[in-house]
Ligand binder design. Structure first.
Ligand code: ATP
Length: 335
């Protein structure tokens, strides 16, 4: 059958394997633990959304995976290759777009950037050209490929950054806040493209984002939540939503009602939008009728009553709020 000369790590090993990975910046009094004892295994072809509040350690984790930050504990394996001891084999598998897309040269054109990065990563120009053309056409930049990247819009620059990360056609892509600063349309194009890379080209993708609904939920097969440098949840997206979901009755009323004048049970919440008022009953409520009866006695106009579906954002906040518990204590003892 096919060629057997290259060792195929894809079948038996994970794309990314982190074992008790940790990073402490600085020493002594100024030491800061950015990532503590994180273990994670990402199979080939999966898209993992890494979520966490500012300063949780997402960028540090990504930089350790692509070899830009040296861990102070644990190991990183990329396609089975140990990043510490088999670095060149390991990093060959990875294309990374870090925050701020600083990895492109602004005075050069998109075309020149791609040829330059191809050469830098050891490709022959003859190999780079068709790939560069394909990427620039896919990203709708072909017509402007000879213009300086510095003159591009933020979204176009971001696309060039991703194209350079993909010039060697690596199986793994790391994207740190890839849609930051993109307008709605650019973000949409970009997300469609990432979805295409995952679905049709079977890329393994690890991305961080603060756009939970628009980016994380739409793209990720799986979500990991990091807080204070520690992975506190790691589940397929659907399972995470189910696990932390709290079905709640939501009553929607017409108009922005200023004070409903109805006694609501403890734990109920009340919010108004432009022309809508929402009453969210406490999670343990099984019967919404008593409240509905009270509302009916007012002149409020009922729009709908339904079980509210939790958004990833609500679930994310719930995961973060769950008490730190023993894992956190153990982490502190270990570090
Ligand atoms: N080079 C560095 N030197 C010292 N401390 C650092 C360094 N880089 C990051 N840190 C610290 O490590 C912690 C984690 O930072 P990191 O940038 O990884 O978080 P993040 O989750 O990516 O945050 P954000 O969502 O704000 O981008 C922070 O407390 C940060 O101050």
């Amino acid at each position: 059958m096919g060629s057997t000369t290259t060792m195929n790590h894809h079948d038996s090993t994970a794309a990314i394997e982190l074992t008790e990975l940790g990073k402490t910046y600085g020493h002594g009094d100024t030491a800061r633990v950015a990532v503590r004892s994180s273990t994670l295994s990402l199979p080939w072809g999966q898209v993992l959304g890494l979520l966490g509040p500012n300063g949780a350690g997402k960028t540090t984790l990504i930089k350790m995976i692509c070899g830009l930050v040296t861990p102070t504990a644990g190991t990183v394996r990329i396609g089975g290759w140990d990043l510490a001891t088999e670095r060149s084999r390991a990093v060959l598998q990875i294309g990374a777009v870090l925050e701020g897309s600083r990895n492109v040269y602004w005075p050069l054109s998109a075309w020149e950037n791609l040829l330059y990065f191809g050469r830098l990563k050891g490709l022959r120009t003859a190999e780079t050209r068709p790939r560069a053309e394909r990427l620039l056409r896919d990203l709708d930049l072909w017509g402007r490929r000879h213009e300086q990247v510095g003159s591009y819009s933020r979204g176009m620059q971001q696309k060039v950054a991703v194209a350079t990360a993909l010039i060697t056609d690596p199986p793994i892509l790391l994207l740190d806040e890839p849609t930051l600063g993109l307008d709605v349309e650019s973000a949409r194009t970009f997300k469609d493209w990432v979805a295409h890379l995952a679905r049709d080209e079977h890329k393994t993708i690890l991305l961080t984002t603060h756009q939970l609904h628009d980016v994380a939920q739409e793209l990720s097969d799986r979500i990991a939540v990091i807080r204070d440098g520690e992975i506190i949840a790691d589940l397929p997206t659907g399972e995470l939503l189910k696990k932390y979901a709290e079905d709640r009755w939501e009553i929607r009323l017409a108009g922005a009602i200023d004070g409903l004048g109805v006694a609501l049970p403890d734990g109920a919440s009340f919010s108004t939008e432009a022309d809508l008022t929402r009453v969210l009953l406490p999670t343990q409520t099984t019967d919404p009728y008593p409240v509905l009866d009270r509302i009916r006695a007012t002149d409020a106009h009922l729009v709908s009553v339904a079980k509210a579906q939790p958004t990833l954002e609500e679930v994310f906040l719930r995961v973060l709020q769950k008490d730190a518990g023993p894992a956190r204590v153990a982490g502190q003892v270990r570090s």
